[in-house]
Design a binder for this molecule. Structure first.
Ligand SMILES: [Zn+2]
Length: 354
C-alpha cells in the first residue's frame, strides 16, 4: 500500500467513525429536543427579493413542507409540543411550526399549503393592524424604499430635513429608513398621519401605491380572515397588540390584554402562548408574562428547545430564503448541532423585526 493510499484510508476511516458517532449522538440528542420553526410572510409577489429573512416564496415553503414529510418529522401543535418536551415524551424529530405577525399573505399563500399538507401551525398575531386595515408602517416604508431604489429620496418633502439619499445601495436604504424612524419617533404621528406619510413616500418614488393597496401588501389579516383561519385549525396566539414590549409593567400587561381580547373576539379561544415582538426579550418580562397567564414564550435566538430551556425563553429556528435544502434538512435531523456555526451569546436583544 502506498503512503498516500494509507493516509487516505485512515482519513476516510476516521471521518466515517466520526460521522457515525455524530449520527448516533444526534439521534439521542435530537429526541430530547424540539425544533420550533419560525416564519413571517409568504410572498404575494416580490417580497422575498426585498427581504429574504422575513419573506419566502410559496414555492420554497412548499419545498420545506415536502422535506418535513420526507424526513418523517413529527409536526406537533405548539402547545402539545411544549408539554411533551418537559414531560420527556417527544416523538422522533419533533417540530412545531410558527408564523409571526399575521400579514395578509398568510391567508392567501400559507394557509392553502398548510391545509394541503395537513400540518398544525401556530400564528402569533399582532392585532392593531388587523383592525386598522392600512399597511404596517415600518414594513411598508422599508418595502417602498426598496421598490423605488433607482431614485434619489428627497427627505425635505417628507421630514423637513435638508438631505437627499441615493437609494441604490442597501446601506443607503437602511440610512433612509432610520431617518424615517427617527422622524416617526420624534413627531409621534397618528396612524392616519403615518399612512399619509407612506402615501407621499410612494408618490415621490413613483411606486404605484394603489396597486400595492389593492393587493393588501404589508397589511395584516382582517378579523374575519383570522376567524376563518381559526375555524380551519390555525392556532392563533399572542404577539402583543401593537408589536411592542414596554418596560413598564402596566403598559406591558395592557399590550397582552388588548392582544388577548382581540384574539378571543376573532377566534373564540383564549391564547396562552406568546412570542416576543422583534425577538426583544428581557428577564423583567418573565414574571409579567406569568402574571398574564402565559405558559410558553418564544424568542428569535437560534437553536433547539430542550428540557433545560426556560419555557418563557424558548429558542426557535428562523427559516429563510438563503438556506439550502441540505442545510434546512440538517436542522430537522439535528446534524446542524454538530456542525460549526456562529455562536449566539446571551444577548438581551435580537435583531430584525419579527
Ligand atoms: Zn413580529
Amino acid at each position: 500500500m502506498t503512503m498516500l493510499k494509507t493516509f487516505k484510508q485512515a482519513a476516510l476511516k476516521s471521518l466515517k467513525s466520526a460521522g457515525v458517532s455524530t449520527l448516533v449522538h444526534n439521534s439521542r440528542w435530537r429526541r430530547q429536543r424540539l425544533l420550533i420553526l419560525a416564519y413571517h410572510g409568504i410572498s404575494l409577489s416580490d417580497e422575498h427579493l426585498f427581504n429574504g429573512s422575513q419573506f419566502i416564496s410559496a414555492e420554497l415553503f412548499r419545498n420545506r413542507l415536502e422535506l418535513l414529510k420526507k424526513t418523517r418529522c413529527a409536526v406537533l401543535p405548539l402547545g402539545e409540543a411544549v408539554e411533551r418536551l418537559y414531560r420527556n415524551d417527544l416523538p422522533d424529530r419533533a417540530v412545531a411550526i410558527t408564523f409571526d405577525d399575521g400579514t395578509s399573505d398568510f391567508y392567501r399563500r400559507a394557509f392553502p399549503l398548510i391545509q394541503e399538507f395537513g400540518v398544525p401551525v401556530t400564528l402569533y398575531l399582532t392585532t392593531f393592524y388587523s383592525f386598522y386595515q392600512r399597511p404596517v408602517f415600518d414594513l411598508m416604508c422599508s418595502y417602498l424604499l426598496w421598490k423605488g431604489r433607482t431614485n434619489v429620496l428627497d427627505l425635505k418633502k417628507l421630514t423637513g430635513q435638508d438631505l437627499k439619499i441615493d437609494l441604490s445601495s442597501h446601506d443607503a436604504r437602511t440610512a433612509a429608513l432610520s431617518h424615517i424612524h427617527a422622524f416617526a419617533q420624534g413627531q409621534k404621528p397618528s396612524a392616519d398621519e403615518k399612512d399619509a406619510f407612506a402615501t407621499s413616500l410612494a408618490a415621490q418614488l413613483s411606486v404605484d401605491y394603489d396597486a400595492l393597496l389593492e393587493q393588501r401588501m404589508m397589511h395584516n389579516l382582517t378579523p374575519n380572515e383570522v376567524s376563518q383561519l381559526a375555524a380551519g385549525g390555525i392556532d392563533v396566539q399572542l404577539h402583543t397588540h401593537r408589536h411592542r414590549t414596554p418596560m413598564d409593567r402596566q403598559l406591558f400587561l395592557r399590550e397582552i390584554e388588548d392582544n388577548r381580547k382581540s384574539i378571543q373576539e376573532m377566534t373564540g379561544k383564549n391564547p396562552t402562548h406568546f412570542c416576543y415582538p422583534s425577538g426583544v426579550y428581557d428577564l423583567t418580562f418573565l414574571p409579567w408574562l406569568r402574571e398574564a397567564g402565559v405558559v410558553s414564550a418564544t424568542t428569535c435566538e437560534s437553536g433547539f428547545a430542550s428540557r433545560s430551556s426556560n419555557e418563557l425563553l424558548l429558542p426557535r429556528f428562523l427559516d429563510n430564503a438563503t438556506l439550502s435544502p441540505i442545510e434546512f434538512e440538517s436542522w430537522l435531523t439535528g446534524i446542524s448541532a454538530a456542525l460549526p456555526r456562529r455562536r449566539v451569546g446571551t444577548r438581551a436583544y435580537a435583531g430584525g423585526r419579527s
